[in-house]
Design a binder for this molecule. Structure first.
Ligand code: 5GP
Ligand code: ZN
Length: 112
């Protein structure tokens, strides 16, 4: 989608600190990190919100990509959080679905 920030990152029109990429997904560091480790995993296919998802395998792949990166970075055993914000009250600001993965500090619950 031409006016989508994350589609522009996928296309290489906007730079990002990439961690992992394959035919289906891209992972990169969040520019506004909220934890020592904070990266995003996105599908290469544009999907606006979780409400628009009909591909269970793709969402599963986002999750497995996040856990694999957490293992590779060495914080999986200590623990981490994955979250996908949906629409305004969920705190979504970029309308191309993305899984946040945060780790490297004690995370509190519930979130604000
Ligand atoms: P949301 O609020 O939609 O769940 O999360 C969007 C995330 O994208 C935010 O955590 C924000 O810091 C991140 N973000 C916004 N613009 C950019 C950018 O240009 N590059 C990167 N790497 N992250 C971005
Ligand atoms: Zn997009």
């Amino acid at each position: 989608m031409s006016n989508c920030l994350f589609c522009k990152i996928i296309a290489g029109d906007i730079s990002a600190d990439k961690i992992y990429e394959d035919d289906d997904v891209l992972a990169f560091h969040d520019i506004g990190a909220q934890a020592p480790h904070h990266f995003l995993v996105i599908p290469k296919k544009h999907i606006s919100t979780l409400n628009d998802v009909d591909d269970a395998a793709l969402v599963g792949k986002l999750t497995l990509t996040a856990s694999q990166i957490a293992k590779d970075f060495g914080f999986a055993e200590n623990g981490y959080r994955v979250v996908m914000n949906c629409n305004e009250q969920g705190g979504q600001t970029v309308y191309h679905i993305h899984l946040h993965c945060l780790g490297g500090r004690q995370l509190t619950w519930p979130p604000g």
